[in-house]
Ligand binder design. Structure first.
Ligand code: CO
Length: 134
């Protein structure tokens, strides 16, 4: 059911420093900082030949990644995003298997303007999974 790895998201305590690490240290192509107020994050996209890395930094009060950074002050992998062809059929299949979908279970528009859902990490080996309809 899942297709390509769309991105790996890394929560970072210092977005400028993390961007410099990827651009100058690792020699990757990085985007400008993109505020996503609806999601409570500022994002920098790191373009790799086969996928993307998203550097996430809290934006505003109550950011969904603030708690993660409180527990992981030097940052860490926050989620992985897999592509699916049909997000509704993927969701229904996963719910039938007993997996928990976060929030109200309805897809939301993600950082790339496409519908996304998040799956409970306890059902997936401690990994928060984002599904994006490609
Ligand atoms: Co994501």
């Amino acid at each position: 059911m899942i297709g390509k790895l769309n991105h790996v998201a890394i929560a970072v305590p210092d977005l400028d420093a993390a961007t410099a690490t990827y651009r100058d240290g690792l020699g990757a192509k990085v985007s400008p900082q993109q505020p996503e107020p609806d999601h409570g994050v500022t994002v920098v996209f790191v373009e790799l030949p086969n996928t993307k890395i998203e550097l996430l930094h809290p934006l505003g009060d109550g950011s969904p990644i603030q708690g993660f950074l409180d527990k992981n002050p030097s940052g860490g992998i926050h989620h992985v995003c897999y592509e699916v062809e049909d997000i509704y059929s993927a969701r229904d299949h996963l719910k039938e298997q007993g997996a928990r979908v976060l929030g109200d279970g309805e897809p939301k528009t993600g950082a790339h303007g496409k519908p996304v859902l998040f799956l409970h990490p306890k059902d997936f080996n401690g990994t928060l999974i984002e599904l994006e309809q490609a």
